[in-house]
Design a protein around this ligand. Structure first.
Ligand code: HEM
Length: 444
């Protein structure tokens, strides 16, 4: 029997602003409350209507039909300002060729090499840690994953100041996009405000550095085993390879996709472990037996089962990519609702992950709910931190490896304690990160 779906409208839209003010005030609460209005719900983003899918089957339908539900809508219109025509942001008509060319860089064979850079970066990050000191966990995890992104992209001997400038410029651009996300009118992006000027400066700096790196790599002609070497070597019969402009967009894509997603996941994991000492004790027992105080390596990952479950449960409660949009390329029907070409459709892993019908007691942090794995049939559609279909995250294994190596290696030597009375809140901007998270280090 075909499933029947309900379609509803969210009340409270303001003239001109629609629901933008309510979303800006408390985005997570707004999103989590949507399923009571239906499986497909109509909201207004500024003056424009948009439909949010709140049911896993409908979400799946949207994600696998990427020809109909193409990349577009508010998040992608803004993200293109960073990722250009790279793999995350490109439209369907450019996608298959790019994915084919980029895929080998994420083949399982490449992971051990990337994992070496990740393990090394754990030492770089924890080197300055001192017993009893308080660290800014969000900034520290961000520096860690940006370091990993830098080293896995560019293993060549690149000037440190250039790499630091690239990291800073990527962060400035990402912040700029996050600020612009809820602005309903594109012309506001072009006003000469300090934020817009900083964004433009960062864009020009990044452009200059990546062009120079591409030229240097091409001239040297050496395979460094890094992402950049793979992008330069990528070939197919139809088009040859990626052009310099395409490589430039992929570099920016990997930089932002690689660093702005894993770091909030790690920060949330430390926060959750601080709130749940019984789970943290389980993690410590596992890393003591598998690692005995050393930094984890790629070969350890299959043995870090508690670590993996903690990461999965963290991605459920706080999916870093919490809200994304599509735009219908043609007239279509969804849940029996006619959607004309150009309609904005929103999907949110956060909504599905907090849906009480899909995850019993959804607000409870319970890594054991994943004892049977994250791939069991019921979980498959209700758990979508990496998306689904042809546009599913290409870096999911890379991200899980990075998160596991970091969490296990850091927990092997350190315990992170929450500060008394600290209130940790989510800052749902482009990625869902804690607004601020400071914790005290204890050497184990
Ligand atoms: C916890 C970490 C991560 C999360 C939660 C995450 C999440 C996602 C999601 C939800 C999508 C689908 C977007 C959509 O359908 O609109 C995606 C796509 C993508 N991600 Fe990730 N990601 C993570 C880490 C990474 C890393 C480390 C990289 C690269 C180094 C990466 C590269 C990409 C790329 C290139 C795409 C586009 C794939 C395509 O369209 O073919 N991601 N990611």
């Amino acid at each position: 029997m075909a499933a029947t779906f309900t379609v509803g409208t969210v009340p409270g839209a303001l003239p001109l602003l629609g629901h933008v003010a309510a979303i800006g005030r408390s985005p997570l609460e707004f999103m989590a409350a949507l399923p009571v209005h239906g499986d497909l719900v109509r909201i207004r983003l500024g003056p424009w209507p948009a439909y949010v899918v709140c049911d896993p089957l409908l979400t799946h339908e949207v994600l696998v039909n990427d020809r109909v539900y193409d990349k577009g809508g508010p998040t992608y219109d803004k993200l293109r300002q960073v990722g250009g025509n790279g793999l995350v942001t490109c439209a369907h008509r450019f996608h298959r060729r790019q994915r084919r060319l980029v895929q080998p860089a994420f083949h399982r064979d490449r992971l051990p090499g990337y994992a070496r850079a990740m393990s090394h970066q754990v030492d770089v990050t924890t080197g300055p840690w001192r017993d009893g000191h308080v660290i800014d966990v969000v900034a520290t995890m961000n520096a860690f994953s940006t370091g990993v992104a830098t080293r896995t992209l560019f293993a060549a001997d690149v000037d440190e100041t250039v790499l630091t400038e690239i990291q800073q410029a990527t962060t400035d651009m990402f912040d700029g996009v996050a600020r612009r996300l809820l602005l309903p009118f594109a012309w506001l992006d072009r006003l000469p405000t300090p934020g817009n000027r900083r964004f433009e400066r960062a864009r020009r700096r990044l452009e200059r550095h990546t062009r120079q790196l591409i030229t240097d790599y091409r001239k040297a002609g050496v395979d460094h085993g890094d992402l950049m070497s793979m992008l330069l070597a990528a070939r197919d019969d139809e088009s040859g390879g990626l052009t310099d402009a395409e490589i430039h967009d992929q570099v920016l894509t990997f930089f932002s996709a690689g660093s702005e997603t894993v770091s909030p996941a790690l920060a949330w994991a430390w926060h959750l472990l601080g709130q749940h000492p019984e789970v943290r004790a389980e993690l410590h027992a596992e890393v003591d037996s598998v690692l005995g105080g050393r930094v984890a390596e790629f070969a350890d990952v299959p043995h870090l089962k508690v670590t993996a479950r903690i990461i999965t449960e963290t991605l459920r409660l706080y999916p870093p990519v919490w809200l994304l949009t599509r735009r219908t390329a043609v007239d279509t029907d969804l849940a029996g609702q006619r959607l004309p070409a150009g309609t904005v459709v929103v999907f949110s892993p956060y909504v599905l992950h907090h849906h009480p019908a899909l995850h019993p007691d959804p607000e409870r942090f319970d890594p054991d709910r994943w004892r049977n794995g994250a791939g069991c049939p019921a979980a498959e559609r209700a758990f979508t931190p990496f998306g689904a279909g042809a546009r599913k995250c290409i870096g999911d294994e890379y991200a899980r490896t990075e998160a596991a190596l970091a969490l296990a290696s850091m927990a092997a030597r350190w315990r992170l304690e929450p500060l008394p009375q600290a209130r940790v809140r989510a800052a749902p901007r482009l990625a869902l990160a804690p607004r601020s998270l400071r914790m005290r280090l204890h050497r184990r």
